[in-house]
Design a protein around this ligand. Structure first.
Ligand code: ADP
Length: 399
């Protein structure tokens, strides 16, 4: 009997689900609920090359779409296929200091994921919602649920990168440090680069920009992540769909002490009302600003600030690997799809002799090369596939 893994990847604005053969990497079903909590929420899925779609005509919450996915898609359409599912893999964004590797989920693990809600306040609760629903609805698989953590990838960060310059007790006692995120995606991309260049992962130096609704950039030296833009939580670093990215912490004191805004509301502002949304004032969806880049000042500046920030990170990371990288990679919904985001970012990196071939960049998919003037650095756009990594890790663990 073939053995499949059901994979659930609950993101801040989307839920991706798939049934995968973890050995041959065949995907038998894949689907996505996207634009959740926005008025154009939609669920699309694909079984054996047939496409289906559900559009409730008003916004769908994570909870509503999880129920729909489990009861109306996985169970109803897909019963035969589902019989071969031997385990479920869940993406969990932050595993704190306790989880350096994937684990089988039990009540203790659930308690710990709850304990780490504050480390990924708009992700971990949604990840746990998926875990709880699946354990409840698919009782036979209750003991075969695996948590795969985004933070595991960054667990080898050097101290100089993960320690903050704040009194030591905050690290020693409260474990306040940089944890990073998007590690599952970085894992997939690293393997891809290794295949593309036919080079062992341990020899790869690269800078990977994962640009989605949440965005981060990491620098990899000899196959190990040595720095990354997300920090204690996924709020820091790059500008994101609704998240501010790096700001001066004094802004928070000013908002609270002088403007009388509660801490709860400031948290909401920085997580849900900032980023691209606050710059263009209309939508967190990057496509909105991209479409209006040439005709609207507000949207132009939103794209420019997003790319300028990213370019600053890339340039500083470039020096950490002594200017020697095999590839600069763009991935995530924006990174792999938006030729504009890539073009503008590279424009800000002109001093490094990065150069972008405008025509190749406009190609929809993958492998638009080149190059700096020495011809040594490839610029790649690669579609990430976190689900494959989760399926393999899950299968390895339960086997
Ligand atoms: P998440 O972080 O929730 O996993 P994704 O990686 O799917 O999200 O990325 C979502 C982002 O990608 C949104 O801002 C969306 O606008 C952007 N995006 C998706 N497709 C395109 C495209 N063709 N061009 C530009 N941006 C895109």
């Amino acid at each position: 009997m073939k053995k499949f893994v059901l994979v659930l990847n609950c993101g801040s604005s989307s839920i991706k689900f798939s049934i995968i053969d973890p050995i041959y990497e065949n995907i038998y079903l894949s689907g996505q609920a996207s634009s959740l909590n926005l008025k154009n929420s939609i669920i699309v899925w694909n079984i054996e090359n047939k496409k289906y779609l559900f559009n409730k005509k008003k916004f769908m919450s994570h909870n509503y779409s999880m129920n729909y996915i489990c009861k109306k898609i996985l169970l109803k359409y897909n019963f035969e296929l589902f019989k071969n599912v031997v385990a479920v893999g869940h993406r969990v964004v932050n595993g704190g200091i306790d989880f350096k590797k994937s684990v089988l989920i039990n009540t203790l693990v659930i308690e710990k994921i709850k304990k780490f809600f504050y480390l990924a306040p708009i992700h971990n609760p949604i990840n746990l919602l998926g875990i709880i629903k699946i354990r409840k609805i698919f009782k036979k698989l209750r003991k075969k649920n695996v948590a795969v953590f985004d933070t595991s990838f960054h667990s080898g960060l050097p101290k100089k990168s993960y320690l903050y310059a704040i009194p030591k007790k905050f690290y020693n006692k409260y474990h306040i440090r940089k944890y990073g995120a998007h590690g599952i995606s970085y894992c997939y991309i690293l393997k891809k680069i290794s295949d593309i260049f036919n080079k062992n992962i341990s020899k790869i130096n690269t800078i990977i920009c994962h640009l989605g609704n949440g965005s981060s950039v990491s620098v990899i030296k000899n196959g190990m992540c040595v720095d990354t833009s997300m920090g204690f939580t996924p709020l820091s670093g790059l500008i994101m769909g609704t998240r501010s990215g790096d700001i001066d912490p004094s802004i928070i004191f000013y908002m609270h002490e002088k403007l009388n805004i509660s801490i709860k509301e400031i948290k909401n502002i920085l997580n849900n009302k900032s980023g691209i949304l606050s710059l263009n004032t209309k939508s967190s969806d990057f496509r909105y600003s991209e479409k209006r880049y040439y005709v609207s000042k507000k949207n132009k500046i939103a794209v420019e600030i997003f790319c300028y920030n990213l370019a600053k990170y890339i340039s500083s990371y470039f020096f950490l690997v002594k200017n020697k990288i095999d590839a600069l990679v763009f991935t995530g919904g924006i990174g792999s799809n938006s030729s504009l985001a890539r073009e503008i970012t590279i424009k800000y990196l002109n001093n490094f002799d990065f150069f972008i071939d405008i025509n190749k960049n406009k190609k929809k998919y993958l492998d638009f090369n080149f190059v700096n003037k020495n011809g040594t650095i490839s610029i790649l756009a690669i579609h990430t596939n976190e689900e494959i990594v989760i399926a393999k890790d899950t299968f390895n663990l339960i086997s």
